[in-house]
Design a protein around this ligand. Structure first.
Ligand code: F6R
Length: 241
């Protein structure tokens, strides 16, 4: 595990974009695993800038996103589909049908999870999977639990996650209660994992995920068993280490 401590969000975003750019250059027809949330927005902005400067080409890539809210149609401005188009896909030369997310509008959870897991498998899994980290150590929507869920599955969001995400919705009642997410096994099959953390509210998660025992109670701790993980965390996120 390679832990890179940076000063702040801006530096984290630059370092993360450089690492992703290296992977894209090494695997121009590869598979990029992507995340949503506040954490990667600056990283995506840096990638868009590199593309505009002619330094990066997305045209041969395929992408797979970690997760999507169950019950939100694509056009809802809180869907992860919408987020990805707004923050990255619409600003680079990724081919139209090259991006993939779980389909939150499919009410058949079992069918959707099987479809998405098979799709990620058929693409050969991610060359690089980008992750944020929840305050409770969740990755994707893999919440603290008694076991690690292996494959793409439907989860009930914990109150901690609903509280963290309600800032994006008109009210707490509007936050979807369920999501489709890649499983821990799906994430662990990525050849490289890049996990980002910024801010004091991630300090507990960083300490317990990367400096504590491996346990499904802190889902990101499983990454200690992955052979190629880069953690980029800022001073605030590292403050309890
Ligand atoms: C997003 C995702 C989540 C977030 C995590 C941190 O696709 O899977 O695990 O990475 O909740 O969210 P932010 O970055 O908003 O603090």
């Amino acid at each position: 595990m390679n832990i890179i401590k940076v000063k702040n969000y801006e530096e984290m975003s630059r370092v993360a974009a450089d690492i992703i750019a290296e992977t894209i250059k090494a695997h121009p027809t590869g598979v990029l695993g992507l995340a949503t949330g506040s954490t990667p927005i600056g990283t995506y902005q840096n990638l868009v800038n590199m593309y505009r400067d002619g330094k990066l080409d997305f045209s041969g890539l395929r992408t797979v996103n970690l997760d999507e809210y169950r019950g939100l149609p694509r056009e809802n401005d809180q869907s992860y589909y919408y987020f990805m188009h707004k923050n990255l896909f619409d600003s680079v030369n990724l081919k139209k049908d090259a991006s993939n997310l779980p389909d939150g509008s499919n009410p058949d959870a079992d069918a959707e999870c099987v479809r998405y897991e098979k799709l990620v498998e058929s693409l050969g899994y991610a060359d690089l999977q980008l992750l944020g980290i929840g305050r409770n150590g969740h990755i994707g929507f893999n919440e603290p639990a008694d076991v690690f869920e292996v494959n793409t599955h439907c989860v009930k969001l914990t109150q901690s996650t609903i509280d963290a995400n309600k800032r994006f919705f008109a009210s707490e009642a509007d936050v979807p209660r369920e999501a489709y997410t890649m499983g821990i096994g799906t994430i662990m099959k990525a050849r490289k994992v890049l996990i980002l953390a910024s801010g004091k509210d991630k300090a507990w998660a960083v300490k317990n995920s990367f400096f504590g025992p491996v346990t499904p109670n802190v889902p990101a701790s499983i990454l200690q068993f992955h052979q190629d993980v880069v953690v980029v965390a800022d001073e605030d996120a590292m403050s309890e280490v």
